[in-house]
Write a protein that binds this ligand. Structure first.
Ligand SMILES: Nc1ncnc2c1ncn2[C@@H]1O[C@H](COP(=O)(O)OP(=O)(O)OP(=O)(O)O)[C@@H](O)[C@H]1O
Ligand SMILES: [Mg+2]
Length: 215
C-alpha cells in the first residue's frame, strides 16, 4: 500500500458530513496526489444490498451479531472494490466511518463487546488499519439534539430508534479507542462552531500529510 488511508469517526450528529463537505475541497486543492472520498457502502453493489438489509426498518428481529457480521461483510466488499485499489494507486482515501464505528456501535452500543467486534473486523479487513482517524467528539445529547433539530422523515432508519444511553455507550467507546490509539486517532472538539471544527480538522490533516502538501 502506497497511499494514505484516513477515516472520519464520531457519534451521530458530530458533524462528519458537514466537516467533510468543507474540508475535502480544501484538502484536494493542496494535495499533490489524487484524493478519493468515500463512505460505506461506497457504491459497491454487494455492499449496498447488504446495507439495505441492515437499515430496513422492518427487520426488527435482526440479532446484534447478525448486524455486526453484515456490517463487516459490507465493509469487506467496499474495501476490496474501492479502498484497496485507490491505496495501491497511491491515492489519499478519506472514508466517512470504518471499523471504529462497528466497535463503538455494535461492540459497545449493542453490547456484543468491543474486542469481539474488533476481531470480526480484523478478519474482514485482513488487519488493514487507517493511517489516520479524525474523531469528531460530541456528547450524545449534543449530537442527538442537532439531528432532531434538522430531522426529515426520510432520514429515519432503524438505528435512529435508539435511546440516548445507546449513544452514550457509543461515545464512551470512541473515547476509549482514542485513548488506546493516540498515534492513529486525533480527537477534535466537535461541540465548537463548525468553522472552528473545520479549521482544527484541516490543521490535523495538513500536519499528517505534510509530505503530500503543496501551497
Ligand atoms: N459544529 C456544529 N455546530 C452546530 N451544528 C452543527 C455542527 N456541525 C454539524 N452541525 C449540524 O448538525 C447536524 C448533523 O451534522 P452532520 O450530518 O454533518 O453529522 P454527521 O456526523 O454526519 O451525522 P451522522 O452520524 O448522523 O451521519 C446537521 O444538521 C448539521 O448542520
Ligand atoms: Mg453523516
Amino acid at each position: 500500500m502506497t497511499g494514505v488511508f484516513i477515516t472520519f469517526e464520531g457519534p451521530d450528529g458530530a458533524g462528519k458530513d458537514s466537516v467533510l463537505l468543507r474540508v475535502v475541497p480544501a484538502l484536494a486543492a493542496h494535495l499533490r496526489v489524487p484524493l478519493v472520498e468515500t463512505r460505506e457502502p461506497g457504491g459497491a453493489r454487494i455492499s449496498e444490498r447488504i446495507r439495505d438489509l441492515i437499515l430496513d426498518p422492518d427487520n426488527t428481529e435482526m440479532d446484534p451479531r447478525t448486524e455486526a457480521i453484515l456490517y463487516a461483510a459490507s465493509r469487506r466488499q467496499h474495501l476490496v472494490e474501492k479502498i484497496r485499489p485507490a491505496l495501491a494507486a497511491g491515492k489519499v482515501v478519506i472514508c466517512d466511518r470504518f471499523v471504529d464505528s462497528s466497535i463503538a456501535y455494535q461492540g459497545a452500543g449493542r453490547g456484543i463487546g468491543e474486542a469481539a467486534v474488533a476481531a470480526l473486523n480484523d478478519f474482514a479487513t485482513e488487519g488493514l488499519k487507517p493511517d489516520l482517524t479524525v474523531y469528531l467528539d460530541v456528547p450524545a445529547s449534543v449530537g442527538l439534539a442537532r439531528i432532531n433539530a434538522h430531522r426529515r422523515d426520510t432520514q429515519y432508519d432503524r438505528l435512529d430508534q435508539e435511546t440516548e444511553s445507546f449513544h452514550d455507550r457509543v461515545r464512551t467507546a470512541y473515547l476509549k479507542l482514542a485513548a488506546a490509539n493516540p498515534q492513529r486517532i486525533k480527537t477534535i472538539d466537535a461541540t465548537q462552531a463548525l468553522d472552528q471544527v473545520c479549521a482544527d480538522t484541516l490543521a490535523v490533516l495538513q500536519q499528517y500529510l505534510v509530505n503530500y502538501w503543496q501551497e
